[in-house]
Design a protein around this ligand. Sequence first.
Ligand code: DC
Length: 222
Amino acid sequence: MYSIAIDGPAGAGKSTIAKTIAKKLGFVYVDTGAMYRAIALYFLRKGVDGKDAQTIEKMCPDIHVTLEYQDGEQQVLLNGENVSSFIRTEEVSAMASLTSAQPAVRAALLQLQRDMAKSADILMDGRDIGTHVLPNADLKIYLTASVSVRAKRRYQEMIEKGVSCELSEIEQDIKERDHQDMTREIAPLKKAEDAYLLDSSDLSIEEVVDAVITAFHEKTGA
Ligand code: DC
């Protein structure tokens, strides 16, 4: 069983790249951010303050996140409800950034994510996969890009969806989220010592995909 861990900040292109690589290698792709987003949605719907550690801890046992695959696409189920189409809003992003810093939330997902890697060749992306979830992954990648490149990519995405937005606001938002993800006490975003650093600022998707696949073959001999 092989495992690949891809970590990095929001907007570095992790999910696009991870999906493509998983397809090429025939691995199962696990988007752990989507699991944190589903939990954030639960707390949003319940009107819970994302910083209220006590209430969050008390509610965690009531939350069950599972993943399913439809036509190879990951679907996230929150207590049996497919919430995949509700978790990509700005509101959920902001809440996920807060609630993913809560120890009870991280503990709830850690074992689930580790168990997934036991049953299939897996490519998992997130913030703490190489450092915490799969410390023995066969290949670890830390994928990043400059703040301005990530903001421009996000801006382009929103414009294509017909959503009006300000580039400067997106850039500010990315900086805030980086800060939250990198400075939290538990499992902060950082490069694992044995991870390959890939900066996608000046690379195309194909170039990043090729670099990861080459690194995988070189590292494992597979
Ligand atoms: O990658 P994303 O934007 O979908 O992640 C949503 C939030 O969850 C983001 O604030 C970071 C957090 N997250 C985390 O703390 N650990 C992970 N393994 C994945 C995501």
